[in-house]
Design a protein around this ligand. Structure first.
Ligand SMILES: [Zn+2]
Length: 493
């Protein structure tokens, strides 16, 4: 067997092992629950409330003594099942604080493996886990700090086939993903399953947080707005930037993840979720709910914005309530549009092509090795569409920088591009100056970006422009990352 096969086998066995351990823990917890006599909350001494062990009183003492939590709040935390979707920059701090706070069951969902470039912000993962599932890395670290929690691994991507089945097993969902397509999927499935979602995102130096489908007495139906009430349609693909492309500061995404955990603790300990879940067992039903408070007090829907470089970094905007005609949580004028368990949209199509889309004909794409050999030839111009900062970090010798934002802004080939190609053309053939495009006949323009996605869009725009009709226009498969790995001379970041 090859090393790769062995490695994959190890990962699969680890996942299986973790799932079995989680199952044992869950069965043991159920056994304990079934054998414990119903307890009344009027008993307040440790010996009279076996729901918390003596160790747990000590462990959670600092938060237990706060009036906002108290024993009822701590018991609610212990009896709640929280699903964290995405164990990255948001999910790591969120999971840490929820595990530490004593949430009884934590489900962790992510299909990704740990990479070196994750470690600047994904604080649960370590070097030892590079190449292994993020979910297992996180569970190992969390269990080392708090073994009282039942951890359930979901080493899978969330899709329309499994979303509802997974989400309905939990009381509260934290959306810690970094892509809008997942946010719509989580919100739609959570509305159908009747679950609340604490959703956050972070990009560059800013973040935002919103709680969707929240139990509230101020809205008809007892629920606050869903994600689609705020943003009915997903943004076009070209405007979607994920952390990998756009960059993010570790502490910024950390702040947002911590705020998600805080919001979750507030929602759970207040008793706001109690109307939405059926008791897990007959004994639990007999014991009654841990506290006396019902759904949260009426409060208007709001969204929190964090702008880390602003002198006033936190702002809360009051939002409109639910949209009556929302296709997810409301009643659309055309009933056929209503999203149900069997009609959860195909988000890949809905949001446009995914991160590794192929827009160009293979004959119009070149490998990094091919372009590496073409560099320095007359009539070959390499145009790099990464932003100025990235171009400043590393670039292919002789390439010209025309940032992709300029292409997006005008929806056409930017003047800066024509100027760059013209300058290269004139330097190659100083006899033909003046008229734009002249002196560039027979030229090949190669467009390069970070990963080979933006470059395809830019190349397509150039091909469709009559000013480039005499040129060969190509892009580079895999972008600067692939260049760093195969050709060298630039750094991978
Ligand atoms: Zn809605």
């Amino acid at each position: 067997m090859s090393d790769t096969t062995n490695h994959q086998r190890i990962i699969a066995l680890e996942a299986e092992n973790a799932a079995l351990k989680a199952r044992i823990a869950s069965l043991e917890a159920r056994l304990q629950l079934n054998s414990a006599p119903p307890q009344s909350l009027t008993h307040t001494t440790p010996t009279a409330t076996p729901e918390l062990s003596a160790e747990e009183y000590l462990r959670y003492g600092r938060q237990l003594i706060m009036p906002q939590i108290g024993l009822p709040g701590q018991l609610r935390l212990k009896n709640t099942r929280v699903l964290i979707i995405g164990i990255g920059g948001l999910g790591c701090p969120a999971a840490s604080y929820l595990s530490s706070a004593g949430v009884g069951t934590l489900g962790l969902l992510d299909h990704d493996l740990v990479e070196l470039s994750n470690l600047h912000r994904q604080i649960l993962h370590t070097l030892a886990y590079i190449g292994r599932p993020k979910v297992l890395s996180a569970i190992d670290r969390l269990r080392a700090a708090n073994p009282n929690v039942t951890y359930i691994p979901h080493i899978t991507a969330l899709d329309k086939e499994n979303a509802l089945e997974i989400i309905q097993n939990y009381d509260l969902v934290l959306d810690c993903t970094d892509h809008p397509r997942v946010r719509y999927l989580v919100s739609d499935a959570a509305v159908i399953a009747g679950k609340t979602v604490v959703s956050a995102s972070a990009l560059k130096t800013e973040g935002q947080l919103v709680v969707v489908n929240k139990p509230t007495s101020s809205e008809e139906g007892g629920r606050g707005p869903c994600y689609r009430c705020y943003w009915p349609r997903p943004p076009p693909t070209e405007s979607v930037v994920s952390c990998g492309e756009g960059g993010v500061l570790g502490p910024v995404v950390g702040v947002m993840g911590v705020l998600q955990a805080l919001e979750a603790v507030k929602i759970i300990s207040s008793g706001a979720l109690e109307g939405q879940r059926a008791p897990a067992s007959a004994n639990e039903a007999a014991a009654g709910s841990p506290g006396t408070e019902g759904p949260s007090k009426p409060e208007p829907a709001s969204m929190l914005f964090f702008s880390s470089y602003s002198p006033t970094p936190f702002k809360t905007l009051r939002m409109k309530g639910r949209r009556a005609d929302c296709i997810s949580c409301g009643t659309p004028s055309d009933p056929a549009l209503k999203i149900t368990a069997s009609t959860i949209p195909d988000y890949d199509n809905f949001c446009g092509p995914g991160p590794d889309a192929v827009l160009l004909d293979p004959k119009d794409r070149r490998t990094v090795m091919e372009v590496g050999e073409m560099i320095g030839r007359e009539n070959v111009v390499v145009v790099d569409t990464r932003d100025e900062t990235q171009f400043g970090i590393t670039s292919v010798g002789g390439s010209r920088n025309v940032p992709f934002v300029l292409w997006q802004r005008g929806g056409k080939v930017p003047e800066e591009f024509w100027r760059a190609v013209e300058e290269e053309g004139n330097s190659a053939d100083p006899q033909e100056e003046g008229e734009k495009g002249k002196g560039t006949k027979g030229k090949e323009v190669v467009i390069l970006c970070r990963r080979g996605n933006d470059s395809q869009e830019a190349a397509k725009m150039v091909m469709e422009d009559p000013r480039a009709r005499d040129w060969k226009v190509t892009d580079v498969v895999g972008g600067i990352g692939e260049w760093a790995r195969k050709v060298g001379g630039v750094v991978e970041y």
